[in-house]
Design a protein around this ligand. Structure first.
Ligand code: COA
Length: 333
């Protein structure tokens, strides 16, 4: 979506993340469903995930991550003019979780809204915020990816309950006129014809919540993981190559790939097709599982804090998720 010919460019000036304290290990899951630590580790790469307690919601996690990102940027909530929250697990259908975050931060000068693009939500939100900044309609934008997927997981379904986790990641975006720095290019696509592969069928206008939808467990995630596997790899590779082409760069110039953290086998296949060695690929799904829209901003914040991302690094972020949606963004730090 992003072009490259304007004077103003978007840069990330602060990052933050938050995950619930409670950890659920593969061994804990062995006691809940017919699974094993070995199966989960070998088939997915996941070892642990963080799970929200009753009081923790997407808005509380998002607010915590946002506060840290603002502090990192040296800005106050009053400086924020737009809050964009990517999530498929809002606190409720409305008001938007963005508005709950706005209130909790005291960001009284900010517009706020949510965006639903599955695990690609953060990349989609980044692209939109970039467009706002480059068109002069935003100065300090908070983009947050947050999920409390544990609240929509069927804890009796071993096909899904071992995969997901909760968390939030936030970035603060501002304009820069510094040549060659910031968001260089982004790309996003969708294919609704494959939407049924990953969905939450109940609770919307098609299947309003009723005794029937609850009895049929339609308020939980339904997923055909096997049929998602190949499209996930192909679409992430396509998106990555597309942003590199838009930027006139090649994969050898990438310093760090931050892929959506769904499955280590998917990540390895994407890296291989992009000819990127493992040391250039950021992986933390062993600790968090798949946190959907939160996975890339959590990884970005963690990589920055650990010093994995260094000044001038070229960072390629790429995601795939429900919708189906996919996308990528290229960032010069
Ligand atoms: N523990 C033990 N066995 C399990 C299991 C679990 N938690 N989950 C599934 N299985 C079983 C299946 O029932 C199946 O058994 P069967 O052969 O007797 O029918 C077997 O393992 C293989 O299932 P399959 O679906 O072919 O495994 P897989 O290698 O494709 O791995 C996923 C399953 C879900 C891990 C993998 O397909 C995946 O990650 N897909 C992408 C999902 C994704 O990324 N979703 C989010 C998009 S953002």
């Amino acid at each position: 979506m992003a072009g490259r010919s304007h004077l103003k460019r978007t840069q990330i000036v602060g990052t933050g993340s938050a995950v619930p304290e409670k950890v659920l290990t593969n061994f804990d899951l062995e006691k809940m469903v017919d699974t094993s630590d070995e199966w989960i580790r070998v088939r997915t790469g996941i070892q642990r995930r963080h799970i929200a307690d009753e009081k923790t919601t997407s808005a509380t996690l998002a607010s915590e991550a946002a506060q840290k990102a603002l502090k990192d940027a040296g800005l106050s909530a009053q400086d924020v003019d737009f809050i964009l929250v990517a999530t498929v697990t809002p606190d409720m259908p409305f008001p938007a979780t963005g508005c709950l975050v706005q209130e909790s931060l005291g960001a009284t000068k900010a517009a706020a809204m949510d965006l639903s693009a599955g695990c690609s939500g953060f990349i989609y939100a980044l692209s939109l915020a970039d467009a706002l900044i480059r068109s002069g309609n935003g100065e300090n934008i908070l983009v947050i990816g947050v999920e409390t997927l544990s609240k929509i997981i069927d804890w009796t379904d071993r096909n899904t309950c071992v995969l997901f986790g909760d968390g939030a990641g936030a970035v603060v975006l501002t304009p820069t006129e510094e040549e060659g720095r910031g968001l260089i290019a982004s790309h996003a696509r969708s294919d609704g014809s494959l939407g049924a592969l990953l969905m939450l069928p109940g609770g919307g206008s098609k299947n309003p919540t009723s005794l029937h939808t609850v009895e049929q467990r339609m308020h939980f995630i339904k997923m055909n993981g096997h049929d998602l596997f190949r499209p996930a790899i192909l679409s992430m590779v396509e998106a990555a190559l597309c942003v590199l082409q838009k930027a006139g760069l090649n994969s050898e110039q990438v310093d760090l790939l931050i892929p959506h953290q769904a499955n280590l086998r998917i990540i390895d296949a994407v890296a291989k097709k992009l000819k990127l060695p493992r040391e250039k690929v950021y992986v933390n799904l062993d600790e968090y599982g798949n946190t959907s829209a939160a996975s890339i901003p959590i990884a970005l914040d963690e990589a920055k804090r650990k010093g994995v991302i260094r000044p001038d690094n070229l960072v390629l972020m790429v995601a795939f998720g429900a919708g189906l949606t996919w996308g990528a963004a290229l960032l010069r730090v």
